[in-house]
Design a protein around this ligand. Structure first.
Ligand code: TXA
Ligand code: MG
Length: 329
């Protein structure tokens, strides 16, 4: 059984003690819920892969309570310090070379000589990381191939009985995962669009190379999590829908066309920030409700590729991609 912990002082203390003891704890961040384990303990990290049913060792992000604590374990150059000062704590992950004495288990970074590090903005996550007193590896707290969780209940839906506890800190405000920026080479590379928009990074750093699903193969290899088929609901997903069939479920963005078996509104006013926060909840709800009503698929209205729309469209393309069975989210 998985214990649900209240996000009060006692709950945070208990969760931190569990993490220090090698247990797995789900916890909320401003982006999505993470499935946390002690990043310096390879057994705990292996247990994370196992609990998720991750088919292969896709590198995990290490979470820290502050930039100083992160930069003791990875090599931060001037660019890394500049973006950290601008966006941490917040939904940005930096890929940087490991320090030679970095205590993080190699399995955490899938054996790479770089490490993805992030300082989340959520107060409960920050309190937990301070009390854990060690980096916490945390992929999104969902079973492999499923949609990322934005509430403690979502975590329980996928992982009840497979992890020790969930620290319930309510809904995630951002709702899509962090932006992953690779600063390990001479040119900054956007490996995954996310909560910090690319335009904001460019304003801080100058031009960055946009990686992502359409990037050349070497980029896909550098961030194995960028494989196309990802975040998939059970029902097939159809993108850029202008109309909805009578046997489809609808993920709406702005005023919606008539018809469909059921619908979920991401943002009536067409606000991509609001839509991002509701995206995974909407996909989960439509998947369950649509299947209950016998829908043959989910139709998704067009979402502009500006601001957080870039990250939303990235996740939706993955949800709609042909299923290859070997993917992981
Ligand atoms: O918002 C988030 O980032 C959430 C919360 C819990 O912090 N975490 C999350 O983790 O989304 P995960 O494991 O689902 O995604 C990690 C991404 C993957 O695309 C992975 O390939 C990439 O980061 N990554 C991790 N370490 C890397 C490395 N050393 N080099 C390149 N990419 C890396
Ligand atoms: Mg994930």
């Amino acid at each position: 059984m998985t214990q649900i912990l209240r996000a009060d002082k006692a709950g945070v203390t208990r969760a931190a003690a569990l993490l220090r003891g090698g247990a797995l704890v789900g916890f909320g961040t401003e982006t999505v819920y993470g499935l946390g384990g002690d990043a310096t303990n390879a057994d705990a990290v292996a247990a994370i892969f196992h609990a998720k049913g991750r088919p292969r060792f896709n590198p995990l992000i290490c979470h820290y309570p502050s930039a100083e604590s992160a930069f003791r374990q990875v090599v931060a150059d001037e660019r890394a310090r500049r973006v950290a000062a601008a966006f941490w704590p917040g939904p940005l992950t930096l890929v940087l070379p490991r320090q030679s004495d970095c205590p993080v288990a190699l399995l955490t970074g899938a054996g790479l000589d770089t490490l993805a590090v992030r300082v989340p903005r959520h107060p409960v996550a920050m309190a937990l990381l301070r009390e854990a007193r060690r980096p916490i590896a945390a992929p999104s707290a969902n079973r492999s191939g499923q949609v990322s969780p934005t509430s403690a209940q979502h975590v329980m839906d996928g992982l009840n009985g497979r992890i020790d506890a969930v620290l319930d800190s309510g809904r995630c405000a951002v709702g899509v995962e962090s932006t992953v920026l690779d600063l390990s080479g001479p040119v900054p590379v956007l490996l995954r669009p996310g909560g910090v928009i690319a335009e904001a990074l460019e304003a801080c750093l100058g031009p960055i190379r946009r990686g992502g699903p359409s990037a050349p193969d070497d980029e896909a290899l550098r961030s194995p999590g960028m494989m196309l088929s990802h975040y998939a609901p059970d029902l097939p997903v159809r993108l850029d829908a202008a109309a909805v069939a009578s046997d489809e479920a609808l993920l709406a963005f702005g005023p919606k066309p008539a018809g469909g078996l059921c619908s979920f509104q991401l943002s009536l006013s067409g606000d991509t920030v609001e839509a991002a926060a509701r995206l995974f909840e909407g996909l989960r709800w439509l998947d369950a409700e649509g299947r209950r009503r016998g829908a043959r698929g989910i139709a998704v209205m067009r979402i502009p590729a500006t601001g957080l729309g870039l990250a939303i469209n990235d996740r939706l393309r993955r949800a709609a991609a042909p299923r290859d069975g070997g993917a992981d989210a």
